[in-house]
Design a protein around this ligand. Structure first.
Ligand code: ADP
Ligand code: 5GP
Length: 202
């Protein structure tokens, strides 16, 4: 844990953002981080193939299934899950180091991973992002246009299950109008538009 100049402990904070694929989690996070650049977003390991424009180390660290299995065996993942035929996991070391430094760290992960974090970090803030309605979710997933029809069907099936879990979360945000949703997110995290984390620590 880091200490402030007044020698108070800065505990850092773990935030989890979950919601069905295509709901707009990535879009929301991008906007939030533009406004609060001090937030740290964890970069996950995945066995999924990169989409056009995705660079390893930025959107994800792209690994083989063997490399992913080795990371699990070594205890290098804070949580991990299988999702629509691929594996995804949060590297432990960078998250723990950032929390020790008093940073706020955001994990953008699916439901099984969020449940694991709930167990291991009961103090984490878990936020669920909902679509305004099912049709909009399907439309956004299709409009992103980066998944095959088979992958899309898997993601839609999974989305139905995930939506039912929304009440497990500390807060639910409906991503209808993007700006309104970002403001809601800021409100739940105690981040107002102009406020940064150091200010919120008091
Ligand atoms: P996720 O990260 O949850 O899978 P994305 O952030 O990739 O979702 O968003 C899926 C698609 O929906 C993208 O094409 C994005 O531009 C669009 N989108 C996200 N939020 C909104 C919104 N509030 N209004 C309209 N379109 C949105
Ligand atoms: P995508 O393939 O669309 O990038 O991600 C598919 C799903 O995996 C999304 O719901 C995303 O939030 C989730 N995801 C991304 N990284 C991780 C991770 O490290 N752990 C878990 N459990 N889910 C993740």
């Amino acid at each position: 844990m880091a200490t402030t100049s007044e020698n108070q402990v800065n505990p850092g904070r773990l935030i989890v953002l979950t919601g069905p694929s295509g709901v707009g989690k990535g879009t929301l996070l991008k906007r939030l981080c533009q406004r609060h650049p001090e937030l740290q977003v964890s970069v996950s390991l995945t066995t999924r193939a990169p989409r056009p424009g995705e660079i390893s180390g930025q959107s994800y660290i792209f690994v083989t299934r063997e490399e992913f299995a080795a990371a699990i065996a070594a205890g290098d993942l804070l949580e991990w899950a299988e999702y629509a035929g691929n594996y995804y996991g949060t590297p432990r070391q960078p998250v723990e180091a950032a929390l020790r430094d008093g940073k706020w760290v955001i994990l953008e992960i699916e439901l099984q991973g969020a449940r694991q974090i709930r167990q291991t970090f009961p103090q984490a803030k878990l936020i669920f992002v909902c679509p305004p309605d099912w049709e909009t979710l399907e439309q956004r997933l299709r409009q992103r246009g980066q998944d095959s029809e088979t992958a899309m069907q898997k993601r839609l099936a999974r989305a139905k299950e995930e939506l039912q879990a929304a009440p497990e979360f500390d807060a639910c945000i409906v991503n209808d109008d993007l700006e309104t949703a970002v403001q809601e997110l800021e409100r739940h995290l105690g981040l107002t538009d102009k406020q940064d984390i150091s200010a919120s620590r008091g």
